[in-house]
Ligand binder design. Structure first.
Ligand SMILES: [Zn+2]
Length: 105
């Protein structure tokens, strides 16, 4: 029984590298610079208690600043459900873009 649990823990840990981080890809409205930021789902989330049971969500706010073309911080707000799946995202002074677009050029 103990061994089985250890095995499960190990599988879980091995898979965690992908699930404990959420990468957000954005493009600056002002200069068009493409930027990305990492949301650490283990440390960056603050819980938002919902009135309904089991409806708690997690909030992650990021201010992403470019590498010098302009100093406009892009404000990103990510909302995750209790299973840490993204359910909502908001952005100010930028646009969300994809990983593929980020790596393009
Ligand atoms: Zn910019």
């Amino acid at each position: 029984m103990k061994l089985l649990r250890k095995l499960i823990d190990r599988i879980r840990t091995a898979g965690e590298e992908d699930t404990s981080n959420y990468w957000v890809y954005v493009k600056c409205d002002h200069c068009g610079e493409k930027l990305r930021a990492r949301a650490d789902l283990d440390n960056d989330l603050s819980i938002r208690y919902a009135e309904a049971e089991g409806g708690n969500t997690y909030l992650c706010r990021k201010a992403i600043i470019g590498n010098g073309r302009c100093f406009n911080p892009i404000e990103v707000e990510l909302t995750f459900d209790h299973q840490r799946s993204l359910v909502d995202k908001q952005i100010q002074d930028g646009q969300f873009t994809s990983e593929a677009e980020f790596h393009a050029e």
